[in-house]
Design a protein around this ligand. Structure first.
Ligand code: MN
Length: 287
């Protein structure tokens, strides 16, 4: 199933060209203190059978007419995997505009990074750039959405903790600062267009992913080239961070990262998930 958030925090099921509003099936009144993670994603694993049975009786709207928001509203954390495709490590080490004097080796030498939740937007929002003297790059990535708490999970059981997948854009300012700064600017984490539940993707490590900018293909690869595959990323991340429902792992980007400029249009696609078009705002962020 394809689960989306749309038109101001409605929860929907996407089927064909329609969005069915299933918001009424969720408990929308959490009591303080909230459990860690996302309140709706926490309910989803148990609700999926009921949603599957009932969604066609809900009010439907044409998919084209709705405003798609990030499928996860409040991830507990957005985990980023740096340097996780060999060809991207090679391009980064060959280009000073990307590496800023660093030599990239392996993911476990650099560890993971966290993107601020305040950076999160959906496909109907615009990415807004801030450093007009820097490269602002697109990074298209498979994003994994956690469904059940995970701590010290072995790879054999890693996928049991996955709720589903979506497209992630790990927008990045190139420069000397730590990734947690350069990748956490407002609007620099894009998730969409919807969450595809785990049962629809037999092997997350065998998906085509690509991005075009203004119609020109920039990145075009497959998740089969991941160095730390999805299971290994969950095993690795859950050794250090408890993963909560709604937490997101952006699994890393393949080669072909390049600059985006105000007014550009990005078209990102991942096989078995879908496509989303995301605009770069014409105006730079200003106070
Ligand atoms: Mn990335």
């Amino acid at each position: 199933m394809r689960i989306c958030r749309f038109d101001g925090n409605h929860i929907g099921v996407v089927e064909g060209d329609s969005v069915y509003d299933v918001t009424a099936l969720f408990d929308l009144k959490p009591t303080w203190p909230l459990p860690q993670g996302d309140w709706i994603m926490r309910q989803l694993p148990d609700l999926l059978p009921r949603i599957r049975d009932q969604f066609r009786t809900s009010k439907a709207a044409p998919l084209q007419s709705v405003r798609l928001e990030s499928p996860v509203a409040n991830p507990g954390k957005i985990i980023g995997a740096p340097i996780n495709y060999r060809a991207h490590i090679d391009e980064a080490n060959a280009d000073r505009d990307i590496n800023h004097g660093k030599t990239f080796t392996s993911l476990d030498q650099y560890g993971l990074f966290i993107k601020a939740n305040s950076a999160l937007i959906g496909p109907s929002d615009e990415v807004q750039l801030r450093f007009d003297d820097r490269r602002n790059d697109h990074e298209v990535e498979l994003a994994v959405i956690i469904g059940r708490e995970a701590r010290f999970v072995p790879r054999e059981r890693a996928l049991d903790h996955v709720l589903g997948y979506c497209i992630g854009l790990d927008m990045t300012v190139r420069g000397p600062e730590f990734p947690g700064f350069r990748k956490s600017l407002d609007t620099f984490a894009v998730l969409g267009p919807w969450l595809v539940t785990r049962d629809e993707i037999a092997d997350p490590n065998d998906l085509a992913l690509s991005i075009r900018v203004n119609g020109e293909t920039r990145q075009d690869s497959r998740t089969s080239y991941l160095i730390f595959d999805v299971q290994k990323l969950i095993e690795y991340a859950s050794r250090f961070y408890t993963l909560h429902p709604g937490d997101v792992i952006m699994t890393g980007t393949p080669e072909g990262v390049s600059q985006v400029n105000p007014g550009d249009v990005m078209d990102a696609s991942i096989e078995k998930i879908g496509s989303m078009q995301v605009r770069i705002a014409r105006d730079w962020a200003r106070p």
